[in-house]
Design a binder for this molecule. Structure first.
Ligand code: DGT
Ligand code: CA
Ligand code: CA
Ligand code: ZN
Length: 587
């Protein structure tokens, strides 16, 4: 039973409770508990053994019992009871944008249907429109949302979201009447996947209408989903939804904070305001009246997010850290956290060439790195077992080493300050060993050890496998630890907290694979990594020259995971990087 398993179960309870129309606050408690368990720096099973489950904030006695029951029986009584009430198919309806749990329950009860396909039919036949409180407009909206779901799925990868958000943001920022503008929501928080894109604008009311006209008329917009006085939503070419909100200039700081989220962060912020005799909402910070209600006539003047934080006893919390994962403790005491930035990255580690499944030669990859201002490249083609990806036989490895040596000579005589390192992305074989004999491994400057097959092994086997790989003195870092592909395939079952401990103890780094498909190591292990002193390397896993630019997504995730430049290997100079790899091997 992993923390992820527990969190998923609790979230299932949350979803079913909403559909069953149970008390909202009771339902939310399960969602909060799921979130807490996901963020735990140790295994929940250990807490059960020690009997300290209820010491965790947000885990009350009753949810603790549910978790224990799950461990013992594989399910929870509360879940079983809900399953009697709510058919499974309905849960998927929650993904239909604009259809809330109340209406889902109503449609299900009145029409006796449970599948999305049935819902679509019922909308088309007029059955949904005939229900009290719904109507033709709602039915049409539901159909549109279902079609959208069928085509694009519910969430986007970071690259897909940025591809729309960045041009939109640049466009809106320059419009007449726009005084301030920022991307908010999950994208501002650098989440690994994005539901919809939220943009906030500060403008005078008299300018709102022309700003909305320009927004809905943008060339990327294919459909206008809604338009009001303060909010407008559109669907764009690649299927993503963008919400634009226009607020009064004085409301902007609070609105930006509110719509940046996360929901969990906002809940704590509102609580902190209450404790200090104030109220915080999307319109601003206000004093309370004698009846302890928000006094909208008495705003507490704040002109930036930073000032709101200060009024609530905190230093500025960077958007990446607004997840209720320890930021309140940290930013009470500290002015800031030193976080890695794009400009800190000096070298490109983890790149493939035509030797295995890359599109370009080593020389072309090196030139692309030089163009981008980097000073070294660690070429890491696949190892021999990865035959499907053109893994290198020992002869190929030796040929590649010669080519790298020659290339370095040529670079030097051209007066270029650039080094290519002999790297390898070695498969971790099923028993945890690396893919070449020691005398070959010895010849690499560094080795990334990754699992590419047998990702589905049971957790205990998988853990043994990783343990073995970490113990190997030639392993410099682990590659994409879970092997997940975002929105497509779950990763291996692993106790990542334990792997972080082992790796940090052994002086092995764990990469943040910067491909927007992976973003693995996941940011949510940032607290654990920091506590353990784990090193990372922000690696594009580039299979082409353009792939090198994925580093930016990795930097976003590394910041969210609280990595300072000193714990990121490729912020080092080429010499320092090599030195670090050697020390690890010799220790
Ligand atoms: P997403 O779009 O699913 O990737 O995630 P977000 O975080 O962008 O969520 P979204 O677009 O639904 O809402 C944007 C922000 O607005 C969210 O992070 C926090 C705030 N917000 C929205 N609904 C609520 C709510 O019911 N309660 C609170 N406290 N905040 C909310
Ligand atoms: Ca959003
Ligand atoms: Ca939104
Ligand atoms: Zn790779």
């Amino acid at each position: 039973m992993t923390n992820q398993d527990v969190a998923e179960k609790l979230r299932e309870v949350y979803n079913l409770m909403q559909l069953a129309g149970e008390n909202r606050f009771r339902a939310i408690a399960f969602d909060r508990a799921a979130q807490t368990i996901e963020g735990l720096n140790e295994e929940v099973t250990k807490r059960i053994e020690e009997g300290t489950l209820t010491d965790i904030k947000g885990i009350g006695k009753s949810i603790a019992e549910d978790i224990k029951a799950f461990q013992e029986t594989g399910t929870m009584p509360v879940l079983e009871a809900l399953k009697e009430k709510v058919p499974e198919g309905l849960i998927e309806w929650l993904n239909i944008s604009g259809l809330g749990p109340k209406n889902i329950a109503k449609i299900h009860k009145e029409l006796g249907i449970t599948e999305i396909a049935e819902l679509k039919e019922a909308c088309q036949s007029g059955a949904v429109a005939a229900l009290p409180g719904l109507g033709q407009k709602s039915a049409d909206k539901i159909i549109k949302s279902i079609k959208y779901l069928e085509k694009f799925g519910e969430r986007a990868r970071l690259d897909q979201a940025l591809e729309i958000a960045e041009p939109m943001y640049k466009f809106i920022k320059e419009l007449n009447g726009v005084q301030q503008c920022e991307i908010a929501g999950s994208l501002r928080r650098s989440r690994e996947t994005i539901g919809d894109i939220d943009i906030i604008v500060a403008a005078d009311e008299s300018d709102a209408s022309t700003i909305f006209d320009a927004f809905t008329g943008h060339e990327l917009v294919v459909e206008i989903l809604g338009r009001g006085d303060t909010k407008s939503s559109v669907r764009t070419e690649n299927g993503r939804q963008v919400d634009l909100r226009i607020v009064k200039p004085e409301e902007y700081p609070a609105a930006l904070m509110y719509f940046t989220g996360s929901k969990e962060h906002n809940i704590v912020m509102r609580q902190r305001a209450r404790e200090r005799g104030m109220a915080l909402n999307e319109y601003g910070l206000f004093e309370l009246n004698d009846a302890k209600e928000t006094d909208f006539d008495k705003p507490v003047k704040t002109s930036s997010e930073k000032e709101i934080y200060q009024k609530l006893g905190l230093n500025f919390v960077p958007p990446e850290h607004r997840e209720d994962r320890g930021e309140f403790e940290y930013y009470t005491e500290h002015e800031e956290m030193k976080l890695v930035r794009d400009g800190d990255i000096k070298g490109v580690i983890h790149a493939h060439s035509t030797y295995s499944d890359g599109k370009y030669s080593i020389k072309q990859m090196a030139e692309a790195c030089i163009e981008r201002g980097y000073t070294y490249l660690g070429i890491t083609d696949h190892s021999r077992t990865a035959a499907y990806a053109g893994g290198l036989a020992i002869d190929d490895v030796k040929r590649q080493w010669d080519e790298i040596d020659e290339l370095n000579e040529a670079l030097k005589s051209d007066g270029k300050n650039f080094t290519v390192f002999r790297g390898m992305e070695s498969d971790i074989l099923s028993d945890g060993s690396l893919d070449y004999p020691d005398e070959i491994l010895k010849g690499f400057d560094f080795v990334i050890a990754s699992v590419h097959s047998g990702l589905e092994m049971p957790q205990d086997k998988m853990m043994e496998r990783f343990k073995h790989a970490i113990e190997n003195p030639y392993t410099t870092m682990l590659g994409h630890p879970t092997g997940r592909l975002l929105l497509r395939r779950d990763g291996s079952k692993l106790d990542i907290n334990k792997i972080i401990e082992w790796a940090a103890d052994a002086g092995v780094a764990i990469e943040i694979n910067a491909s927007p498909w992976r973003l693995d190591l996941d940011w949510s292990y940032g607290n654990k990594a920091k506590e353990a002193g784990l090193f990372t390397s922000i690696n594009p896993d580039a299979h082409s020259t353009e792939g090198i630019d994925d580093i930016r997504y990795g930097v976003m995730i590394a910041r969210k995971a609280k990595f300072e430049p000193a714990r990121v290997l490729n912020t080092k100079s080429a010499d320092e990087f090599l030195e670090w790899c050697r020390e690890r091997r010799e220790s």
